[in-house]
Design a protein around this ligand. Sequence first.
Ligand SMILES: C[S@@+](CC[C@H](N)C(=O)[O-])C[C@H]1O[C@@H](n2cnc3c(N)ncnc32)[C@H](O)[C@@H]1O
Length: 263
Amino acid sequence: MDKVNSILKYISFRRKAVSKYKIHSPFVYDFIINVLEDKKEYPEYSILDALRDGYYKNRMPVEVIDFGAVAGRNKYESYYRNVSDIAKKSGQRREYTHLLFRILRYFQPDRILELGTSLGLSTSSFSLARPQAVIDTIEGCSGVASLAKENFEKNNFNNIQIHIGSFEKILPDLLKGLGTLDFVYFDGNHRKSATLDYFQQCLQKVNNDTIFVFDDIYWSKGMTGAWEEIKSHQQVSVSIDLFQLGIVFFRKESAKQDFILKY
Ligand SMILES: C[S@@+](CC[C@H](N)C(=O)[O-])C[C@H]1O[C@@H](n2cnc3c(N)ncnc32)[C@H](O)[C@@H]1O
């Protein structure tokens, strides 16, 4: 997304976004108070920040194989990039790893799936928030995946299983072996059709309390189109748009409603 487009989309988002004072849903109000507005400095934040700082200082070159939208029409694209650049370009930003930590800490999911590990910054936030959960994460690029794995081991994040390979190959078999999923983070291959395909596959595994989080919902026209379709899906009850992240819930007790929240 070019810079001007991105600024225009953000301005339009800010115009529509509302604060907690306009929210009548107790579920969403509680989410704002306990997650978005939780200003506590959790000790886990310093572990996440140290992990990021370590990556930012690491100039080691890694062969990156990109299966996602970056590859354009090709199946994948391969190039060398140093760890620091990968962390800056692909890794989740500090405030959002903290936010993901708080979302998981608040909802306490037991079965977690992530599409797109990269260096494992978001995965680490899941493990710190839910050390008792079972976390599966998929990454297509073996170079970055081994760095993530190294860090999971170093930090004793023992509840993370990393699967190396394309989502297209790994996801169907992985889902077959799983019961329901409580939390899924979609953070790779930002193409509309691919995002909708992963959504449909994971939809087969939702329960009443499942949460899906989509990263970069305004990254491109395609991603915004995918987000529009996802939030209007009949199984989705509540959707929350935070601009960087789109969150959907499947709670039957909540009326169907879309929220655009100031964050
Ligand atoms: C934005 S990064 C993930 C960032 C990570 N979740 C974090 O917050 O630190 C997206 C990752 O998805 C991977 N990816 C994209 N498309 C993929 C595909 N089709 N199969 C497997 N991995 C893919 C890329 O290699 C990249 O590392």
